[in-house]
Design a protein around this ligand. Structure first.
Ligand SMILES: *Cc1c(COP(=O)(O)O)cnc(C)c1O
Length: 380
């Protein structure tokens, strides 16, 4: 086994002793004030986040999943309703729809790993209330087409933007009724625990969610509706504020890394397939995902093993088992079968996530590309 030369995770690099000291000092300031519940850092963070999305409101919550659930509840989507989404996302997307009691309706994805707008209308029924596109890898789904479809059918658009902070389509950072963001430690803007937020221009949704996150409280002594605690902790906001100003440079570095990978890998077609890159989109590369087609005498998994064992390059797969084929879906009463979403299923066998984080050096990226070329030349 080779020593790890290109690690997938960057957390130890990001939080070096100096950075930790700076963040701990911010946490200490909160502790000194005893301002633990909805402290001023939370409000400050919400203001900055709304600005980042060029939106009217950001409501800070305790996770990205809470943000998805909160939006659906704010829109009164629940039992008897259907929500359209994709089967190639992280579990939280489908789970949030299930959690509010609505029915999950999957639509297959396109070659960019995103909801295929041309397949959405076939999935719309009288019960459909919302479309939930996922901007997987940090690449915005086709939001203009999706918004058009939603408008025509009177549906909401709930963006799962957990992976796509700072992404743009046609210069817009969000277009839907509302967007859910995550600050999980592995997201591009990351806290030390869980965190999330809802982005919206809708005053009613924002004000309702603020109460929803805090037990439905209208005032200290009045409860307007039954809800639990989904608040972002002041400590979390304090940590996020210390990192906040880096999010644009983190994004720029990831874009630069991706451009270098693109340049180095494009000559490896048809053995390595890159998704197309549209000029109208600013992709932020939460993950950098290529396809290793199954029609050659090797598999994606052979390459993964080679990269790790022979070259010390850590890779991942996002995600190897599509949601519709997870046993969780059977348990929830769904009856999907292999073959239901062929693009998603095929991609699950072919996709490979390369390290893309902001601390990679040019040398490391070249090394990863060369290692892939070595594997192909040796195995052909
Ligand atoms: C991370 C993630 C979530 C969930 O966010 P949490 O903050 O971990 O709850 C939802 N959807 C997608 C696509 C994600 O990547």
């Amino acid at each position: 086994m080779a020593e790890i030369k290109v690690p997938y995770s960057y957390l130890k690099t990001q939080f070096d002793p100096e950075k930790i000291e700076k963040i701990v000092a911010a946490v200490r300031r909160v502790a000194k004030r005893g301002d633990f519940t909805l402290g001023k850092e939370v409000w400050l963070f919400e203001e900055k986040l709304a600005d980042l999305f060029r939106a009217k409101h950001a409501v800070a919550l305790n996770s990205g999943t809470a943000a998805l659930i909160g939006i659906l509840e704010a829109l009164k989507i629940g039992r008897g309703d259907e929500v359209i989404t994709v089967p190639n996302s992280f579990y939280a997307t489908a789970a949030s729809i299930h959690k509010v009691g609505a029915r999950i309706v999957f639509v297959d994805v396109n070659a960019e790993y995103l909801i295929d707008p041309d397949k959405i209308e076939d999935a719309i029924t009288e019960k459909t209330r919302a479309i939930m596109p996922v901007h997987l890898t940090g690449c915005p789904a086709d939001m203009f087409k999706i918004s058009d479809i939603a408008k025509r059918h009177g549906l909401y658009v709930v963006e799962d933007a957990a992976q796509s902070i700072c992404s743009e389509i046609g210069g817009r950072r969000f277009l839907g009724t509302a967007a859910a963001v995550s600050f999980h430690p592995l997201k591009n803007l990351n806290s030390w625990d869980n965190g999330g937020a809802v982005i919206t221009n809708d005053d009613a949704i924002a004000h309702w969610l603020k109460k929803w996150s805090n037990h439905g409280m209208e005032s200290r002594d009045e409860c307007a509706f039954l809800a639990v605690n989904e608040r972002m902790h002041t400590m979390t906001a304090a940590v996020l504020l210390e990192i906040f100003d880096e999010v644009e440079s983190i994004t720029e570095q990831r874009i630069k890394n991706a451009a270098l990978y693109d340049e180095l890998l494009k000559s490896m077609a048809p053995f390595v397939i890159l998704p197309r890159r549209l000029a109208s989109k600013r992709q932020v590369y939460h993950t950098y995902v290529v396809r290793i087609p199954i029609n050659y005498p090797w598999s994606r998994d052979n390459l993964r093993e080679y990269l790790l064992k022979e070259k010390g390059v850590e890779t991942k797969v996002h995600y190897p088992i599509p949601m519709h084929l997870q046993k969780a879906m059977k348990r929830a009463g769904y009856n999907f079968r292999f073959g239901d979403f062929p693009n998603c299923e095929r991609q699950a066998e072919e996709i490979l996530t390369l390290p893309i984080h902001q601390y990679l050096t040019e040398k490391q990226i070249v090394y990863v590309a060369e290692s892939i070329a070595d594997f192909i030349n040796k195995t052909r």
